[in-house]
Design a protein around this ligand. Structure first.
Ligand code: ZN
Length: 51
């Protein structure tokens, strides 16, 4: 069962990622993030903003 009630707050420079396997959410300023539990690439849920 998901335990979070809100999406993780991210700074302006960060984007929200979610693991497709375990649903873990993480904020990062990296372009790609790997889940440390599943070793899978996490999906970027944030829409990239053009500069
Ligand atoms: Zn995972």
């Amino acid at each position: 069962m998901p335990r979070w009630s809100d999406p993780a707050p991210c700074d302006d420079d960060e984007q929200l990622f979610e693991c497709p396997s375990c649903g873990k959410r993480l904020c990062s300023d990296l372009s790609t993030v790997t889940c440390d539990r599943c070793d899978e690439q996490m999906q970027n849920l944030s829409v990239p903003r053009p500069e």
